[in-house]
Structures are given as structure tokens and as C-alpha cells.
Ligand binder design. Structure first.
Ligand SMILES: C[S@@+](CC[C@H](N)C(=O)[O-])C[C@H]1O[C@@H](n2cnc3c(N)ncnc32)[C@H](O)[C@@H]1O
Length: 298
């Protein structure tokens, strides 16, 4: 009898791709950038966090997993909703982001949040251990999404729910499309990539997300696009810097070997094009997200 291969798909025997590229990404420059801009990002995403949290339901002393928790904003918001009796674990592959999250929790009054550095695609979670799994923008970076969600489904208690938010298309999110277009204007088009490759908009296609979740053994699947606005008090230059250091502009800069002069030019163009979204207090930018829930039904 041949030995089962831990790196192969149980059903098809296909060799699985690992997440090494993403693990490196989130532990180096881009991950550190995410930590650096966290205050601005949390301000931008506060109403998105609120949408996610209001959909999360569970008994107050339940056990929660926050997937791709980053610097812990969603873990904290979950603690705010469910209180001190809930047990919350934030899981993430990124040490710099978890270090930031740990500091943040230590200076909060919550003692019921802990963090785990692990890849949720491969980590062996205790079966049937979570009453709720939640994620704000932390589930679109798996090389094998079905395998990762199967792993999460096993960790859910029977009937327990998974709730997450991800981004809709680049074109319906000006804060991605403006920097992308500014970078293309300056550097030329990049190589057309796979829109489903790990990245912020990998889950923009709702049928694809439905397939992943149902193949992972989840049921009662609800997937909706929601249009809202990102409200922020950031100044134009800060907003441009944020938009140019995360997302499509960074990828094109890397691909084309863009210089500091290119980066300055792109930031200036982005700052100018964000003009129509300026408000008295900062910015109000339309955004489009995918709001997903599913249940462990078997
Ligand atoms: C876009 S950030 C979102 C962070 C946080 N949820 C927030 O909204 O501020 C994506 C997060 O997913 C994490 N991540 C990516 N792949 C992962 C994996 N395979 N297992 C666990 N975390 C992962 C990254 O390290 C990063 O912190």
C-alpha cells in the first residue's frame, strides 16, 4: 500500500501548491507596509468591519477564529461584540503583523484574545473547535483555496458559521483602480495575471467563491456584493501614499523595476485623481465588497 502524501489532494492525488510566496510576501516589505499603515487602514475599513461584525452571531461564551487577522482590528471588534467570555484566536502567517497585534491587545483591556502564527491552509486545527470563523480581507491569499476552506470547515462545530468580507473587482473599487491606472500610465501595462491568483480581488467572482465553499463541504452559502463608502480623515498625500504602497500599483512597480521618480510621479497622479472624493474631513470613496456567510452543515 502506498503511503498517503500530506502534500497531495486527498481526492485527486494532485500535488498541492504551497503558500510559501504569500508567506514571504506578508513577512517582508508588503506585510511591514500593512503594519505601518494600519491606523489609516483601520480608519478606512471601520464601516466594513462593522458590516462583518453585525453579521457574526454566536453565544457570548463561544470560541472564535479570526482568519488572516493581521494587526487584530477584527479580533478586537469581535471582543467588543461578544465580551470577555468569548475566546478569540487570531491566526496569521505574518510575524510583523502579529507582533503589532499582540502589542495592541496588551494595551487593551481584553485578556481573551490570543494569536497564532500559522498557515490556515495547512495548520492542523482541533476538529469541531470553533463556534464562529470570521475574516476581514484575510481569506483571498491561499494558493489552494478549496483545501484551505476544507481545513476551516473541519475546525467549525456542526452548524457553526463562517463569515467573511473580501473585495469585489478592481474596477468597482477606485482605491485600487486609480493607482493601477496611474501606474500603467507611467510604466506601461504589466503581464496579464490570473484574476484568481492569491491577491485582494481573487474572490471578486461570486460563482467561483460559491464553488470553493461548496467543495469545501460548507452549506447555506450566501454571497452578496455590497456597495458602500470608505470614509477617512487622511490627507490627500497620505491617502495617495497608502494606495500606492498596497495593491496593484506596487505589483506593477515591482514587475517593471520602477524607480523612486516613478513612485513619486504615480503618487502625485493618484493624489490628483482622488480629488473628486475629497470631503471637508478627508475622503469618501465608493467601495464594493463581497459579503459571504456559510455554515458547516455536515
Ligand atoms: C489584506 S490583509 C488583512 C489583515 C486584517 N484582516 C485586516 O483586515 O486588517 C491579509 C492577511 O491575511 C494573512 N494571510 C495570508 N495568507 C494566509 C494564510 N495562508 N494563513 C493565515 N493568514 C494568511 C496575511 O498575513 C495578512 O495579514
Amino acid at each position: 500500500m502506498t503511503k498517503p502524501d500530506a502534500d497531495a489532494d486527498f481526492d485527486s492525488g494532485r500535488k498541492l501548491r504551497n503558500n510559501d510566496g504569500q508567506i514571504e510576501f506578508w513577512n517582508t516589505g508588503p506585510g511591514k507596509n500593512w503594519a505601518r499603515y494600519q491606523a489609516g487602514l483601520d480608519a478606512c475599513f471601520s464601516n466594513i468591519n462593522a458590516r462583518l461584525i453585525e453579521r457574526c452571531e454566536m453565544k457570548d461564551d463561544g470560541v472564535i477564529l479570526d482568519v488572516g487577522c493581521g494587526t487584530g482590528a477584527t479580533s478586537l471588534a469581535l471582543a467588543g461584540k461578544f465580551g470577555h467570555q468569548a475566546q478569540i484566536t487570531g491566526v496569521d502567517v505574518s510575524k510583523p503583523l502579529l507582533d503589532y497585534a499582540t502589542q495592541r491587545i496588551e494595551s487593551s483591556h481584553y485578556t481573551n484574545i490570543r494569536f497564532l502564527q500559522a498557515d490556515v491552509q495547512t495548520h492542523v486545527f482541533k476538529q469541531h473547535s470553533f463556534d464562529l470563523i470570521a475574516s476581514r480581507f484575510g481569506v483571498m491569499f491561499f494558493t489552494e483555496p478549496t483545501v484551505a476552506f476544507k481545513n476551516l470547515a473541519i475546525a467549525l462545530k456542526p452548524d457553526a458559521k463562517l463569515n467573511f468580507v473580501s473585495w469585489s473587482t478592481v474596477d468597482s473599487n477606485p482605491w485600487f483602480s486609480i493607482p493601477r491606472d496611474a501606474a500603467v500610465d507611467r510604466l506601461g501595462k504589466g503581464v496579464a495575471g490570473d484574476p484568481r491568483a492569491p491577491g485582494p480581488t481573487a474572490f471578486a467572482d461570486m460563482d467561483y467563491v460559491h464553488d470553493i465553499l461548496s467543495h469545501a463541504g460548507l452549506g447555506d452559502i450566501s454571497i452578496e456584493v455590497e456597495n458602500l463608502t470608505i470614509e477617512t480623515t487622511l490627507k490627500p498625500a497620505e491617502m495617495a501614499e497608502l494606495a500606492c504602497n498596497l495593491g496593484p500599483a506596487v505589483r506593477l512597480m515591482k514587475e517593471k523595476g520602477g524607480s523612486e521618480a516613478d513612485a513619486r510621479h504615480i503618487r502625485a497622479a493618484v493624489s490628483q485623481q482622488l480629488g473628486p472624493f475629497k470631503t471637508r474631513l478627508g475622503f469618501s470613496i465608493p467601495a464594493s465588497i463581497v459579503v459571504v456567510s456559510a455554515r458547516r452543515t455536515r
